[in-house]
Structures are given as C-alpha cells and as structure tokens.
Ligand binder design. Structure first.
Ligand SMILES: NC(=O)c1ccc[n+]([C@@H]2O[C@H](COP(=O)([O-])OP(=O)(O)OC[C@H]3O[C@@H](n4cnc5c(N)ncnc54)[C@H](O)[C@@H]3O)[C@@H](O)[C@H]2O)c1
Length: 367
C-alpha cells in the first residue's frame, strides 16, 4: 500500500448510498480514487463500476479485502452487516468509513472500535451532517457567539419511507425511522453542542401509516437534555408525503437561525408535464415541485469523503469517529426504552441482556 498519492478506495454495496459514495469521490477527486466495488447481486456492482469508471468488481467483500492496493473501504450495506464487515476490513489492515447507524448493538460498537484500534486503522463514521455546508455555517455562527447561549437545537428529517425492503425489516435495520434517520439528528445535536454528554432521553414514536410494511415506527419525536443545560429536539418521519425534507433550527438567548436544506436551496417550480428529477424520494415532478441542485454537495457528501481520505493520509484528524457512532447508538437504545416506558431515560443506559437491536425495547410494548 502506498502512503502517498490518492487514497485507493473500495466500496461495499452498489445501490443507493454506494452510488453517493462513488459520485462523491468523483465530484472531489483530488484526494482519493475508487478502485473497486463489491456487492453480491450479479450485474449490480458491474453497473456501478461502469457508471463511475471503477476498474475492479467483486461479489464477495472478503475477496475485495485481499486486494492489496485498497487502503480505505466504505461500508454502504444494510445495518445488520456493518459490524461484521468493519471487523473484517480492520483485520485486513484497511481504514473504514462505516455508514450510519454504526451497527445494531453496543457490544458490536465496542468491538468494532477495539478491533480497529488493535489493527491500527481508522474507524470513521459517515455522518454527513457534520459536513453539510448550511449546517456547518450555522455551527460556525453559534461558535462565534451569534446566538448567545444556545438553548435549543432542532433537527428533522422526513420522507415517505425508504427505497429498499431491508429498511422495513427490523431484523436487518435494527429499527424504524428513529434508527434510520434519528441517528442523524442525535449526532447533529451532539456535534452542535461540541459533544456535551446527553443526560436524558425522552421519545414518542408510533407506526401511523405503514403498518402493512413494517413492525418499525414510522414517526418519532425525541427530546435530549444535555449536560450543558441545553436541549435537542429530533423529529423524523417515514410518513411524510412529498419527498425529502431536512431542516434545522437553532435558538439562543441572543438569536436564532433556520436552515431548510432542500426547499431552501430549491427553485420553486410549476410544471404541467414533469421533468427528470426534483429531490430524493420525490414521488412526482409534475405540478408544484422544489427541484434541488448540487444535492450531494449541499448535503456535504463529497466534502465528507474528501475529509476521510485526508485522514488516511494523516492530513486531518477524523471529525466523525466510531465513538460518535457509539454515543448515538446508546441514545437510540435509551430512546426506544423511553418510548416503551413513556418516561425519560437517564444516561448512561445499558440495555438489558439479550437485546439484539434497539427496537426490541419498544417492540416489547407492542406485542
Ligand atoms: N448517510 C446517509 O444519509 C445515508 C443514506 C442512505 C443510506 N445510508 C446507509 O447506507 C447503508 C446502505 O443503505 P442503502 O440505502 O445504500 O441500501 P441499498 O439497499 O440501496 O443498498 C445496499 C447494498 O448493500 C449490498 N449488500 C447486501 N448484502 C451484502 C453483502 N453481504 N456484501 C456486500 N454487499 C452487500 C446490496 O447488494 C446493495 O448493493 C445503510 O446502512 C444505510 O443506513 C446512509
């Protein structure tokens, strides 16, 4: 393996998020280059490789890990596979970018962090909201004192449900929308408050629209109380029509700022006939729509992947680590326990023995 020049990357997965990873490295190609892609379905990794000019294709990720040129592997596979893949990548001596949520259990999180440490590789947690330009600007202003003492940070992410069947299967995903997108909001609030510890978690959730598809919750509200005295409010939905919605609000004693990632960056548009693409998960392009531009850039994905490649070369320190992902997991466990009990849960929180995934704590209540 070289320790200079572009970082050589292998991608695990070939669908939604894998495409975003490949596109991101193509948008910011200075620090890294994708040399291999792997996924089990014949034809799928080949198609991704063709779209992005990736030279090597594998169908078993263990075979890809034998490729000595690869220095960093991004994991864009279902949540239930993150731990086993991360540990195998670490043991092959390669650095890891693991998609959110980090994994399914706190034991897995601890093991992933330990295996990466023992093998001397970086475990980087793919939380792109730490790189979202609009949200980074809000944090910069807060750090400069623009809002005085910040007492409330809100983050919400909503659409009408995921694109692939495994998300709806809680055994493969670990939970519903709180697991899928609540992890972004929890990480965001913690990052915004410079990783002040979470003291308590209070959650409400339910399955309001998609009972035919999943045992998981399709709407969740989560209130976090932090050690610094401030509050986080994380709202997520798979029940909201109209395509992706991603917003923050920051309230301080001296000011406020609002950022609407998509509609706030879009062209309010009316089309009688429809057109190519409006925004992630939009059901139609006819009628009134809010087409976004520079979608990946506005999310911060290319900036995130460039940062991770620079970390591999020792040019930067990872801004999103396995420890960040682990902290989010603990809050998620506490959140499902809270929604089940109907009360606030204090951290640190240790799930009872035998719990295999965060949503188990809430499914108990439903059964
Ligand atoms: N950061 C974000 O905003 C964001 C957005 C979407 C998804 N994600 C995360 O990315 C991950 C993948 O989600 P997705 O939307 O791309 O799902 P997807 O269903 O679109 O793609 C999953 C991919 O994993 C592959 N896969 C399954 N089993 C595999 C195996 N044993 N070995 C190798 N590949 C295997 C599939 O073939 C497929 O290519 C999830 O953890 C998800 O939470 C993150």
């Amino acid at each position: 393996m070289a320790n200079h020049g572009k970082v050589k990357v292998g991608i695990i997965g070939s669908q939604f998020e894998a495409d975003i990873h490949a596109a991101s490295f193509q948008i910011m190609p200075e620090e890294a280059e994708v040399v291999a892609v792997c996924s089990p379905t014949p034809g799928h990794p080949e198609a991704l490789a063709k779209r992005y000019g990736i030279p090597r294709v594998f169908h078993d990720y263990r075979e890809m890990l034998q490729d000595r040129e690869i220095e960093m592997v991004t994991v864009a596979a279902p949540n239930s596979l993150h731990a086993e893949m991360t540990n195998a990548i670490a043991r092959s001596g390669k650095h890891i970018v693991c998609e959110k949520p980090l994994c399914m259990t706190l034991e897995d999180a601890d093991q992933m962090i330990e295996v990466c440490r023992a093998n001397g590789v970086l475990l980087m947690y793919a939380e792109e909201l730490f790189f979202t330009p609009k949200y980074v600007k809000a944090k910069e202003m807060a750090d400069q004192g623009a809002f005085g003492k910040v007492y409330l940070v809100k983050q919400s992410e909503k659409h009408f449900g995921p694109h692939a069947s495994w998300f709806w299967d809680v055994d493969r995903s670990g939970g519903g929308v709180f697991m899928d997108m609540g992890c972004h909001g929890i990480a965001f609030c913690q990052w915004f408050y410079n990783r002040s510890a979470v003291k308590t978690v209070f959650c409400q959730m339910g399955t309001y629209v998609h009972q035919d598809k999943t045992r998981g919750e399709d709407n969740s509200i989560c209130i976090l109380e932090f050690e610094n005295g401030a509050v986080g409010l994380v709202e997520d939905s798979w029940a909201r029509r109209g395509g992706m919605d991603d917003c923050i609000e920051i309230y301080g004693e001296g000011g406020v700022t609002y950022a609407d990632l998509h509609m706030g960056n879009a062209l309010p548009t009316f089309s009688e006939y429809g057109y190519g693409y409006a925004v992630e998960k939009a059901p139609t392009t006819a009628g009134w729509t809010w087409p976004v531009f520079g979608e990946l850039w506005n999310y911060g994905f290319p900036q995130e992947m460039r940062h991770f490649a620079r970390c591999v070369r020792g040019k930067e320190e990872p801004q999103a680590t396995g420890e960040d992902g682990r902290r989010v997991m603990e809050v998620m466990y506490a959140g499902y326990a809270s929604a089940s009990a109907g009360t606030k849960i204090k951290l640190p929180f240790t799930p009872p023995a035998g719990v295999k995934k965060p949503i188990d704590l809430w499914l108990k209540l439903k059964s």
